[in-house]
Design a protein around this ligand. Structure first.
Ligand SMILES: *Cc1c(COP(=O)(O)O)cnc(C)c1O
Length: 408
């Protein structure tokens, strides 16, 4: 009986969320594009499921020893797109398997690829939840447009991937220190070398149980960053604001340089005034005392250089609702960081993203300076409030929250 009630509630939740998603979506220009008309998308109703045979099932890893993105679950979701066959084909859940691609496939030459990163959490009530998935879908469609790849109905993909998560639900760790990472991916697979849009594509979703993202207990000691003005990850008119694979490959060598110096992440700068843009693959936030002596939370604006993070959006929305301090989206420069530090007005710097929610920053190596950031010295830091609030939604401590979609 309790189980049934929960099921009904969760379906009510799903319907509510889907309605919400349509309402939010209507404000996005991209939804008006005719490519997205529902009859051109694949549909959950057409989904077929082929389960792995018992001997194909993988042993589940020990959650205390999880490395990010190393273990994958037993099933995956695949949806092909062929222009010549009328567009999207029927979605299929199948046993996890290798892909077979033509050596000329566009993804392998011109990085015609984009992805998303979301998580499924097992709540205190046993329910599995995903967090604001409609925003991942909007962002994925925006990246598809920018890549010349086909768009689709986000609502239908949420339903298909929720089914995938329910099938592999035993892989959602029974632990609050971990979760199931969901990686939707869209690639151009035309077997032709022309630099042109791909008439065929594959959208697939894979899942992996993950623990804490950083190997050290980063939330205890804070992360250290390399800020080197010789490198940049995004520029005006580029596509740094889209989760396209081509943005990430070129960061690896600089990330390695940071690691070799004993630093954990790269602080990405832009422009002659060394604007702070992102930390690794997180958005950046600063909490400080402004010129009027008030406490203020700042993050760089969505000016094309910044990935529109869902954690970023959630932190901004939450803090505006709380109304306890000023909240601003504006450019932050390294000069400002140095000045605020020298006047003891810089309180906290932290990164924000799905991987670790918030990650406090304790040190920046900037040209020949070592900047000690007092984030961990604050008696009641705001980054902890955001961490607590968002995890309470994700793990069901605040049940029926509109940002959590129950599945399964
Ligand atoms: C994914 C990502 C983020 C964080 O986005 P979330 O939706 O909060 O996970 C921030 N910056 C970059 C560069 C990213 O790739």
């Amino acid at each position: 009986m309790v189980h049934l009630r929960r099921k009904l509630l969760s379906h009510g939740g799903l319907l509510y969320q889907l309605k919400q998603s349509i309402r939010w979506g209507s404000s996005l220009k991209i939804r008006d594009n005719e490519i997205l008309s529902p009859d051109r998308s694949f549909k959950y109703a057409d989904l077929s499921v082929r389960l792995a045979a018992p001997h194909q099932l993988q042993p589940k890893p020990d959650v205390s020893a999880l490395t990010f993105g190393k273990h994958f679950t037993d099933h995956m979701l695949k949806i092909f797109y062929y222009e010549a066959l009328g567009g999207w084909q029927t979605p299929e859940i199948c046993p996890f398997e290798n892909l077979v691609l033509h050596p000329a496939a566009k993804v392998l030459h011109y990085a015609v690829e984009l992805f998303e990163g979301m998580k499924a959490y097992r709540g205190v009530d046993g329910q599995i939840r995903i967090f604001r998935p409609e925003l991942n879908m909007d962002r994925m469609n925006a990246a598809a447009m920018r890549s010349g790849l086909p768009t689709f109905s986000g609502t239908e993909l949420i339903k298909c991937l929720s089914r995938l998560v329910s099938i592999d639900e035993e892989w959602v760790p029974h632990s609050e220190a971990s979760s199931l990472y969901i990686r939707p991916t869209l690639i151009g697979i035309d077997p032709t070398l022309g630099v042109a849009s791909s008439d065929s594509a594959l959208l697939y979703v894979i899942l992996c149980p993950v623990g804490t993202y950083f190997k050290t207990a980063a939330n205890q000691v804070g992360i250290s960053l390399l800020a080197d003005p010789r490198y940049t990850r995004a520029w005006p008119g580029g596509c740094g604001d889209r989760k396209m694979g081509s943005n990430y490959g070129p960061t690896i060598q600089i990330q390695r340089e940071a690691s070799e110096m004993g630093l954990q992440q790269v602080l990405w700068l832009y422009g002659d005034d060394n604007q702070l843009t992102e930390v690794g693959t997180m958005n950046i936030f600063m909490f400080y005392i402004n010129d009027d002596g008030e406490k203020e939370l700042v993050t760089p604006p969505l000016n094309g250089l910044i990935l529109p993070g869902i954690t970023r959006n959630s932190i901004l929305t939450t803090s505006r609702e709380w109304g306890q301090f000023k909240v601003t989206e504006r450019v932050i420069t390294m000069d400002e960081i140095c000045n605020l530090l020298s006047e003891n007005r810089l309180l906290e710097l932290f990164g924000a993203g799905t991987a670790c929610i918030v990650s406090p920053i304790s040190f920046i190596k900037y040209v020949d300076q070592g900047l000690h950031i007092p984030t961990l010295k604050q008696p009641d830091p705001v980054y902890k409030l955001f961490y607590k609030h968002l995890t309470e939604i994700q793990y069901g401590y605040l049940p029926d929250h509109p940002w959590a979609l129950s599945i399964g």
